[in-house]
Design a protein. Structure first.
Lengths: 225, 417
C-alpha cells in the first residue's frame, strides 16, 4: 500500500517509516503544510497519516483540502491533542480514524490496514494469511475448510496479529488494543497471556501452523514459518 | 452584627442618653425660672400687704382673687418664725377645685398681735407650661430619633450598596469562570478605591491562573510528542530481535513507565479541561446500561482477580457528556478492582437518587477529606492519584455529590445525583 505521512517530528517520522516500509509498502513523507498540500494534489494514496499540529498551517485544513478535491484517500489523524472536539471535528470532516499520541506503532499499523482494507476497490472483506482466512464482514475465521469459533477478543487479537505480522507486538499494545487505553492494565498483563494461549490452541487444533511466538518477555510475534 | 445595626444601636443609645440628660436639665431650668417668677410675684404681694399694714394699721381683706389667695391666722407671739416659700395644694374658689400652688408664709405684727400671713399663687399655669414644653420636647425627640433611624436604614443601606455589590461578586468569584468582576460606579471614594483594588486583584489572580494553566496545558501537550517518540523508538527497537529475556524485561519496564507517563499527562489535560468547563455535548445516557457495559469490559480483570461482582441496577437516565460518564464509571470501577484483594467483593448499587460502588480492600480507612485531592494516594497504591480527583471534578461539573465512607470493612464511593 501507498502511504503519505504528514508529520513534523523527524524522530517519529523515521520510526513510522521504518515500521511501514517493507513487504512492498511505499511510505512518503511531508514535513509541513505546504509540501503536504502539494503531494496531496499530485498523487493518490491508500492512506494519509495526518498530524494536526504542523508548521505553516493547521492539519484540519489539509483534511478539508483533501475532501474538497474529492480524494478517496483514507485519512488517519494522529495528534497529541486528546481533545474530543478535535476528534469529532476530524471524523465529521471525513477522517477515517483518529489516534492520539503517544501510540504503539502496531496500533497504527492495524488501524491503517483496516482503513486501507475498507477503502480498497475490490471491496474485499477477506484477510488471508497462508491457510488462515478471515471474513471481516461476517467476523468468521477459517483454517483451510475448518471454521474456527473465536471469542470477540480472540478474533480481534488474530486480526491485530496479522496486520502486524513479522513484528514484535508488546503486551501493553495488545492490552490497549483489546481493552482500550482507559484502563491501566499494566499490573495485569497475565491475563493477556490467557487469551493468546487460547487463540494459539484453537488455531493449532484447527490445523494451522503455530505462528505465534513469544518474544523475550516483551511481547509476541506472529511470523510466517 | 451588621455595620448598620451596630451603628444604629450606638447612635440610638447616644441620642437617648443625650435627650434624657438635656431633658432633665431643660426641665429643671424651666422649673426654676417659673418658680422664681412665682416667688417674685408672691414677694410683691407680701410687700403690698406689709405696706397696707404700715399705712392703715390693719390687715387687708383676706380672700381669694383670681389665681391668688391670701389668708391670715392669729398665732402666739412667742411662736414667731422666718418667712419661707413652700409648695402646697389649695382650694381655688373661683375655679372651685383643688390646685397645686406656691405659697409664701410670714408673720406680721398688727397692733401688737402676731399674724401669720399666707399668700398662695396657683401653679397650674406654670405646670401647664412645663407640661407643654415637655411634650414638645418629647415629640421633637421622637421625631428626631425616628428620622435618625430612617436615615440610617435607608441612606446607610443605600450608601453601602456598592459594598454589598462588590462583596457578592467576590463571593461568586471563580477563577475558572470567564466573567470578570463588574464594577458598579459609586460616588463614595472609599468604595471606588475598594472596587478598583478588588478589580485589580481579580484581574491579577486570573492572569496568574491563566498563565499557570496554559503552562500546564502546554507542558502536557509538549510532553506528548517526546513520549510518542520514545514509544515509537521502543517499538522499533524491539523489532531488532537481539535481546535476552532480561533485556526484554527492562524494555517492558520502560514501556510501562512511558504508558503511565502518558496516562498521567492525559489525566492532567482532562482535569484542566473539566475545570475550564470546556466540555460540551451533553446527551441522555442510560447509566445502568453504561455500568453493565463497563462491567463486561472489566470482566476478564475481575475474573483474573477472582473478584465477586454483585450489581443491583435500577434504570437511571442521566444528562451528561458521554465521555465523562464513561470516565467516571471507569475510574470508580477500576479503583474498586485495583484496591481489592484476590477473592474480594464489589457491590454496585444504582437507583434514581444515587450510585454506590463499594469494595473490599485494605483495612485502612482512607482520609475522606483528602481522598479527592490530586496525587493523594496511599503508599500501596500503584495508581497516579488522579482518578478520584477527576471523578470528583466530573461530579462537581454536573452538581453531583461524590463522597467516600468506610464501613464494615467496605470502601464505599457514593455519587448522589
Amino acid at each position: 500500500m501507498k502511504i503519505l505521512l504528514i508529520e513534523d517530528e523527524s524522530s517519529l517520522r523515521e520510526s513510522i517509516i521504518t515500521y511501514f516500509t517493507d513487504e512492498g509498502n511505499i511510505c512518503e513523507t511531508a514535513v509541513d503544510y505546504k509540501s503536504a498540500i502539494e503531494k496531496i494534489n499530485i498523487y493518490n494514496y491508500d492512506c494519509i497519516l495526518l498530524d494536526l499540529t504542523l508548521p505553516g498551517g493547521d492539519g484540519m485544513e489539509i483534511l478539508r483540502a483533501i475532501k474538497k478535491i474529492n480524494k478517496k484517500d483514507g485519512v488517519l489523524i494522529i495528534s497529541a491533542r486528546h481533545s474530543l472536539d478535535d476528534k469529532l471535528d476530524g471524523l465529521n470532516l471525513g477522517a477515517d480514524d483518529y489516534l492520539v499520541k503517544p501510540f504503539h506503532l502496531s496500533e497504527l499499523k492495524a488501524r491503517v490496514t483496516a482503513i486501507v482494507r475498507r477503502k480498497s476497490y475490490d471491496g474485499s472483506n477477506i484477510i488471508t494469511f497462508n491457510e488462515i482466512q478471515i471474513d471481516t464482514q461476517a467476523m468468521s475465521v477459517k483454517i483451510g475448510d475448518n471454521v474456527l469459533t473465536l471469542t470477540r477478543k480472540e478474533y480481534d487479537l488474530l486480526v491485530y496479529f496479522i496486520a502486524n505480522h513479522s513484528k514484535v507486538i508488546t503486551k501493553s499494545a495488545i492490552a490497549e488494543h483489546l481493552w482500550g487505553d482507559e484502563i491501566d492494565l499494566s499490573d495485569h498483563f497475565d491475563f493477556i497471556y490467557t487469551h493468546i494461549k487460547n487463540l494459539r490452541k484453537k488455531l493449532v487444533e484447527a490445523g494451522c501452523k503455530d505462528y505465534i511466538k513469544s518474544m523475550y518477555g516483551v511481547g509476541y510475534k506472529f511470523e510466517n514459518i | 452584627m451588621k455595620l448598620a445595626t451596630k451603628y444604629n444601636r450606638v447612635t440610638l443609645i447616644a441620642s437617648i442618653i443625650v435627650f434624657v440628660f438635656t431633658g432633665v436639665i431643660y426641665y429643671s431650668v424651666i422649673h426654676y425660672i417659673l418658680t422664681d417668677k412665682l416667688d417674685r410675684d408672691l414677694a410683691i404681694e407680701e410687700d403690698e400687704i406689709a405696706a397696707y399694714v404700715k399705712t392703715y394699721g390693719k390687715l387687708p381683706q383676706a380672700g381669694s382673687f383670681k389665681e391668688q389667695k391670701v389668708s391670715y391666722h392669729l398665732i402666739d407671739p412667742d411662736r414667731d418664725f422666718e418667712r419661707r416659700y413652700f409648695y402646697n395644694d389649695y382650694f381655688n374658689e373661683s375655679e372651685q377645685r383643688i390646685e397645686p400652688g406656691r405659697s409664701l408664709i410670714r408673720t406680721i405684727e398688727v397692733n401688737g398681735k402676731l399674724y401669720s400671713v399666707t399668700v398662695t399663687k396657683s401653679r397650674v399655669e406654670a405646670e401647664d407650661l412645663v407640661r407643654i414644653i415637655f411634650l414638645i420636647t418629647l415629640s421633637i425627640t421622637i421625631v428626631l430619633l425616628v428620622t435618625l433611624l430612617l436615615i440610617n436604614r435607608f441612606v446607610l443601606n443605600n450608601i453601602w450598596k456598592p459594598f454589598y455589590g462588590i462583596l457578592s461578586q467576590m463571593k461568586a468569584f471563580n477563577l475558572a469562570d470567564k466573567n470578570d468582576i463588574q464594577i458598579e460606579p459609586t460616588k463614595i471614594d472609599e468604595f471606588t478605591e475598594l472596587n478598583a483594588a478588588v478589580a485589580a486583584m481579580s484581574l491579577r489572580v486570573k492572569q496568574d491562573y491563566r498563565e499557570l494553566k496554559s503552562f500546564t496545558d502546554n507542558a502536557s501537550h509538549e510532553m506528548m510528542t517526546p513520549l510518542a517518540v520514545i514509544n515509537s523508538k521502543l517499538d522499533t527497537l524491539i523489532q531488532t530481535e537481539t535481546f535476552s529475556d532480561s533485556q526484554g524485561e527492562l524494555i517492558e519496564d520502560i514501556y510501562v513507565a512511558v504508558g503511565k507517563l502518558s496516562r498521567l499527562n492525559q489525566s492532567l489535560l482532562m482535569l484542566a479541561k473539566i475545570e475550564n468547563n470546556l466540555i460540551g455535548d451533553q446527551e441522555t445516557i442510560d447509566l445502568d446500561e453504561l455500568i453493565r457495559q463497563k462491567t463486561r469490559q472489566f470482566q476478564e480483570l475481575l475474573q483474573s482477580q477472582n473478584i465477586n461482582l454483585k450489581t443491583e441496577l435500577a434504570g437511571k437516565q442521566i444528562n451528561m457528556n458521554k465521555h465523562l460518564a464513561d470516565m467516571l464509571i471507569n475510574n470508580l470501577l477500576s479503583n474498586a478492582i485495583r484496591h481489592n484483594y484476590k477473592g474480594g467483593e464489589i457491590y454496585i448499587h444504582l437507583n434514581e437518587k444515587e450510585l454506590t460502588i463499594s469494595n473490599t480492600g485494605s483495612d485502612d480507612e482512607l482520609i475522606a477529606s483528602k481522598v479527592f485531592e490530586r496525587f493523594y494516594k496511599n503508599a500501596a497504591s500503584e495508581g497516579m492519584g488522579l482518578g478520584l480527583a477527576i471523578s470528583n471534578q466530573i461530579c462537581n461539573l454536573y452538581h453531583f455529590k461524590l463522597n467516600y465512607t468506610y464501613q464494615d470493612a467496605r470502601h464505599t464511593f457514593k455519587v448522589s445525583f
